[in-house]
Design a binder for this molecule. Structure first.
Ligand code: PGA
Length: 223
């Protein structure tokens, strides 16, 4: 783990911890993938040491695969990386695979206070792939070839990656009170630059993050 990644993990974990301390009943939108693993490791350590109280918090996975083996769902990922190391009640951990109307549920819980998102090499944010309209709510999608390839490592082989997934929409993510884009790896430099400084376009869903009034980018490289 490089020093830059450690710093990224620390800053993102601090942001989550600050949110939780400031508002113990916060609603979080949480990503999966490689980038947030260090962040979750720190949060898990701080929680196990009794420094964080998740008893009133609610966590919403941003997305999940449809048809994945149970151990490979993002629900399982988040449970292993974070939930089981905290005192969050099991019934406060939500996943779009298991909820009929994710947007209604999020709204009924008061809306997201902090959403942490990643970015795909093709500019997707959560599983909002290129072509996703700005006005989108939770929906099912077909993963693009580029996303399937990028996530092959998680399944061992590309042919085992499910082609369908369910995701929070851009509308829901942009409705979060705070938004953090967490990015690890120089291979994301080009797409980050385009997303942050180029025109807003459905071809690059992450470009809509520019609209958010309380948006922070945390990366382990200069861009
Ligand atoms: P990564 O995935 O953190 O594994 O790079 C991010 C994403 O594809 O959204």
């Amino acid at each position: 783990m490089g020093a830059d990644y450690q710093q990224l993990s620390f800053k993102s974990a601090e942001s989550v911890a600050d949110q939780l301390r400031g508002k113990p009943d916060s609603c979080f939108g949480l990503p999966t993938g490689r980038s947030p693993l260090g962040c979750y490791q720190l949060l898990a350590e701080w929680s196990a040491a009794g420094k964080l109280d998740w008893s009133q918090a609610r966590c919403f996975a941003l997305d999940d695969y449809i048809g994945a083996d149970e151990s490979r769902t993002f629900q399982a990922y988040l449970d292993e990386a974070l939930y089981r190391h905290t005192n969050i009640p099991k019934d406060h951990c939500y996943d779009p695979l298991f909820v009929d109307n994710y947007d209604r549920l999020i709204a009924d819980c008061g809306g997201l206070d902090l959403a942490m998102v990643g970015i795909g090499r093709n500019g997707h944010v959560a599983f909002n792939e290129p072509g996703t309209p700005r006005q989108s709510w939770a929906h099912c999608i077909w993963l693009t070839e580029s996303t399937v390839k990028a996530n092959a490592g998680y399944f061992g082989e590309e042919r085992l990656v499910p082609r369908r997934a369910v995701t929070m929409g851009l509308e829901t993510l942009l409705g979060s009170k705070k938004l953090i884009l967490l990015v690890s790896g120089e291979h994301k430099k080009e797409i980050i630059r385009r997303a942050l400084s180029g025109p807003r376009t459905v071809e690059l869903p992450a470009s809509f993050l520019q609209e958010h009034p309380c948006f922070k980018v945390l990366a382990d490289f200069d861009f």
